[in-house]
Each structure stands twice: as structure tokens, then as C-alpha cells.
Write a protein that binds this ligand. Sequence first.
Ligand code: GTP
Ligand code: MG
Ligand code: ZN
Length: 301
Amino acid sequence: MILINSPEDFYGTEGGYMLEGIIIKGIGGFYYVLAGDKVYECRARGVFRKNKITPMAGDNVGITVSGDKGSIDEIFPRRSFLIRPPVANVDILVIVIAAQSPDPNLTLVDKMLVQAARSGIEAVICINKTDLAEREDIAAAYEKAGYRVISVSAEAKENLGALQELISGKITAFSGLSGVGKSSLLNLLTGAVMETGHLSARIERGRHTTRHVELIPVSGGFVLDTPGFSSLELPEMDESELEQYFPEIGGLSDRCRYRGCAHIKEQDCAVREALEEGKIAQSRYDSYCEFYKILKEKRNY
Ligand SMILES: Nc1nc2c(ncn2[C@@H]2O[C@H](COP(=O)(O)OP(=O)(O)OP(=O)(O)O)[C@@H](O)[C@H]2O)c(=O)[nH]1
Ligand SMILES: [Mg+2]
Ligand SMILES: [Zn+2]
């Protein structure tokens, strides 16, 4: 951690001066650091490579700058980090699902929820393209689990205010399958509060071409567009830990007959009772069982 006490401390080793900023994007070994209202093109010091630390978008960093170039001297401790997309210090993960085209992949959504919970990041479900179809079933599945669900349409500009409110003052990552409308939503959200339009983003819109992770300043925080992806590894853990990351399952395990109930075949299982009563969605329970099996098999190698 760099502590700046006196004006002399502002001067770094190479005759430049030191600033604190945030990495808004990293491409091909260059990191773009926003400090104040300027963006500096930075290289990471060799020491990071040696220690196998890779700067990530979202990292708070100390940089030495001269002109509009600089070098990253320090990476400040991370509050959180995600692996897919690779980004540090995310406060909220918005998992975008399309009500229709592409078809929702709920297993992937549930994996992302596990990843977010394990990283200590709040997750919100956003159902886009409600102009094409209603997916009350999906909304209900996640609301029952205790997640916030926001249904929107980028096309019809419906209910965007709820997203706008959510992202204010936070770092929010938008994630989900390719084509669900992440970039479309972000263009609307950022365009609504930023005076200058994002031409490059607008050109990209509809082309399914988001390739890198980039933080866009908006409403006193940042939003991140991320490339769509269709598969994700479960984080490594013991299968008995899994229920913690399914709030509607973990919350019931006290009421199961057996301690350490896996909620799969055991008798007098409060989770399976809740499933039968419709208090837990079948799709969520199926994901839980599938992930449990995967984790158990992995551990038995
Ligand atoms: N009908 C309808 N189409 C939408 C909506 N939102 C986005 N689309 C369309 O869906 C397509 C994909 O949108 P994108 O915003 O590029 O999707 P993305 O999630 O950023 O995709 P990747 O960058 O590939 O991950 C585009 O043709 C959009 O015009 C919506 O609310 N309704
Ligand atoms: Mg995109
Ligand atoms: Zn049980």
C-alpha cells in the first residue's frame, strides 16, 4: 500500500508522479487506468509477473505516470474477484437471461450464482427480451430462492429504471450467454446518464462481438460488459459445502432428520418436502443434484 504523506512522495522512481486509479480495461499486456478524469495506458511492473499476480480490470492500483502513459506499481487488496469474467472488486453480478432467443440455460445461471456467492458478490437475475416472451416461471424459481429478479426489455425500453437504480454507485458486471442483450442494456444504461454517446459500443450492438472486459463509468459507479460464454467450471469445494450457495436449500437443512443430509435420497428431508410443496423450483433442485454429483466425483479421483 502506498501512503502519500508529503508532496515529495508524489514523485515516483522514474521521474513521473504517482496516482491512484482503477483498471478499466486490459488488452494485450496494456492496462487502461482511470485516475481522476484521465485514462493512462499502463504496463505492469515485472515484479507482478514474477509473483504470478495478474492485474485485472476493476483493480485499484497505484501508478507512476508521465504524460498519458504509466506503469502499475501497486495493486491494492481486492474486495472480491471473479474468474469468469475476470474482474476484481465487483459489487453486483447481474446475470442476464433472455426470455427467448437464446433459450435460457438455467444450469449455467445456477453455476454463476454459486460462483458469485462463493466470491462474496451479490447476484441479481435480469430477464431481458420480455417483449418476446413472459418467463414468470423463471422469475418465480429465483424469487423463491431469495434472489432479486428484474424483468426488462432493451428493445421496448421497459423497466430500465430498476437496473439504473441497482447500478448506482457500485461496480456491476453483466454476464450471461452470448446474445442475451448485455451490450444492448448497457448502451441504454450508460447512454441515459452520459452526455457523450459511446459510438464504438453502438457499432458493436447487435453484432455479438463483445470481446474484452471493460468498466464503463456510470452513475457514480461502473458497469462492465463482458463477452458471452456458454460453459463454466464449478469452483472447487467439498460437495457438503454446496448447499450454502443455494440459499433456499441451505436454509432448510437444519430441519432435515439427519445431520449432514445431502438432500438427495435421505428420509425426512426438509428440502425434498419443500420441493414437493413447490417452495423450491425443480430446475434449482436439479442443478443442486447435478453439481453435487460433479463435486463428489471430482473429489473421488
Ligand atoms: N427482441 C429483443 N431483442 C433484443 C433485446 N435486447 C437485445 N436484443 C437483440 O439481441 C441481439 C443480441 O444483443 P447483444 O446486446 O449484442 O447481446 P450480448 O449479450 O451483448 O451478446 P455478446 O456480446 O455476444 O455476449 C441483438 O440483435 C439485439 O438487438 C430485447 O429486449 N428484445
Ligand atoms: Mg455484448
Ligand atoms: Zn435434507
